[in-house]
Design a protein around this ligand. Structure first.
Ligand code: ZN
Length: 502
């Protein structure tokens, strides 16, 4: 999703435009006297660059331009970088999709949340388009050193593997984008931790688990010191943290008893999905996502709806979505077995929130059933009026909804509109909008926010008409299934694409 891409762009969260170091140190305003002179920072950067290149086994091939900037200046650079990749309209549509799914509170200012997080988290970043490393001037040097090692690793990644390949947004496949970010940030973070451990004379090669624990602790400390991140809706927090934490675990899994050159191979053949990051063995086996091609929905077209956005949720976002209603462990379990999905948002003029339609494919019927049960709970939450209805946020964030919608008392049972007709269908409605989940075999169709009364017709049409290529997922499926369509070129318009394009 765009959230991840924007965040990554800023804080090193994911994508690659502007890989940045996690703020390993609390990024609260450092006392003025702890500021380091730019010349001291630059000569430290030279020395760290030599150490990182030797440790990682990747020589620096060309000198990198550097700039020492204030927090405000770095914030401005980030905004500039992001504005080149995302229009305000794209940000607005992304926000509306998240709100419709209950992943953001209805009154959240998405753009402001993103930029607050970016400027809070940033400790420097590397821009592969400008081939420039931006260094924070507000951190004391001893706090700055690990962040510098992380940034310098990004410059080496760029010189050897071309980070622009990892940076161009996959606007119709945010899950693939997040997976690529996890490689970039996981490598940068693993290298940073090894650099820090070496500085303490620890033999890191024998302690991959220690490195993983150290990494998690650093992230937790960093998050604890960053109130905007702590209070951010879960979807933003997870999108922000995933490339570092899951990416680090992925890199450590592939580094076990292997040299760093094993990770070089991963850069040359990057993962396709967050599923492959969460389950490194699925990357080894190249369990590729099931390709799903949306088709125009006559049920919605008749009501004047147009296709405004396409995306892939992926295992990571399904997990986050489910965590709204079931425990974290149960959500992880329900999202596992993800095979592939396609999200399309449709809107009509004058409507604040779009209709969001998702068709998802699962490895087995049991996986599909688990996912369906979790989606049912989410939909019940979304359609139950109340202060916490569908607000997927941190503990404090429930306060954001100052005026919970008043209306019918909460419905406890799906029975009100669920039908036990054997097709695995649940329909619900709230405020004139219909929601549905319908399962057929290994496929689960999800409908959020269509005109009330059309929800089951839309779900049926999706299951009937959208094309699913099981590719490498299922031995029973056609072996000649077409490979997943390449992502749109970064310059192609993604707003109002022609309905039913291939
Ligand atoms: Zn980074």
């Amino acid at each position: 999703m765009l959230a991840a891409e924007l965040l990554s762009a800023g804080s090193g969260r994911g994508s690659g435009h502007t890989q940045s170091a996690p703020a390993a140190a609390p990024p609260t305003a450092a006392p003025a006297q702890s500021k380091t002179a730019p010349s001291t920072l630059l000569s430290a950067a030279d020395e760290i660059a030599r150490q990182v290149a030797a440790l990682r086994g990747l020589p620096q091939t060309t000198p990198v331009a550097r700039g020492v900037l204030s927090r405000a200046e770095i914030g401005a650079k980030l905004r500039e970088r992001i504005a080149k990749d995302y229009s305000p309209q794209e940000v607005q549509v992304e926000s509306a999709v998240l709100k419709r799914m209950g992943l953001l509170p209805a009154d959240a200012d998405y753009e402001k949340l993103l930029f607050d997080l970016l400027t809070e988290q940033v400790a420097g970043f590397y821009d592969p388009y400008k081939k420039t490393l931006y260094i924070a001037d507000w951190l004391p040097l001893d706090m700055q050193r690990p962040a510098l090692a992380h940034e310098i690793e990004h410059t080496l990644q760029d010189q050897h593997f071309d980070l622009k390949r990892f940076s161009q947004p996959f606007k119709e496949d945010g899950d693939r984008q997040l997976a690529r970010s996890a490689v970039v940030e996981g490598d940068g973070t693993a290298l940073m931790l090894e650099f820090a451990a070496r500085a303490m004379n620890l033999d890191t090669t024998k302690m991959p688990q220690m490195i993983a624990r150290l990494g998690k602790q650093m992230m937790q400390m960093s998050m604890a010191a960053t109130p905007a991140l702590q209070q951010a809706p879960l979807v933003l927090r997870e999108s922000l943290v995933f490339p570092y934490v899951a990416g680090l675990e992925f890199v450590i899994a592939h580094r076990a008893n292997q040299p760093w050159s094993r990770i070089d191979e991963v850069f040359k053949d990057p993962p396709d999905s967050t599923e492959q990051i969460i389950h490194p063995e699925k990357y080894e086996q190249r369990e590729r996502p099931v390709a799903i091609t949306a088709q125009p929905l006559t049920t919605l077209a008749a009501a004047g709806y147009k296709d405004v956005r396409r995306d892939v949720l992926g295992e990571m976002l399904f997990r986050v979505w489910f965590t709204d209603r079931i425990s974290e462990a149960a959500a992880a379990q329900a999202a596992a077995g993800w095979g592939g999905d396609r999200l399309v948002a449709y809107s009509t003029p004058g409507e604040a929130l779009p209709a969001v339609i998702v068709l998802s494919a699962w490895d087995t019927e049991l996986d599909a059933d688990e996912a369906e049960q979790a989606v049912r709970k989410v939909i019940l939450g979304l359609t139950t009026p109340g202060p916490a209805a569908g607000v997927h946020a941190g503990k404090e964030a429930a306060k954001i909804l100052k005026d919970p919608p008043k209306g019918k008392p909460a419905a406890h049972e799906p029975a009100q509109s669920a039908r036990g007709d054997g097709s695995g269908l649940l329909t619900r409605a709230l405020g004139g909008r219909g929601f549905a989940v319908m399962r057929r075999g290994r496929l689960v169709a999800i409908v959020c926010g269509v005109p009330q009364g059309r929800e089951s017709a839309v779900a049926s049409e999706v299951l009937r008409t959208w094309q699913v290529s099981w590719t490498s997922q299922a031995p029973a499926a056609a072996p000649s299934a077409a490979p997943q369509a390449p992502p749109a070129a970064p310059t192609s318009p993604t707003i109002n694409p022609p309905a039913g394009h291939p």
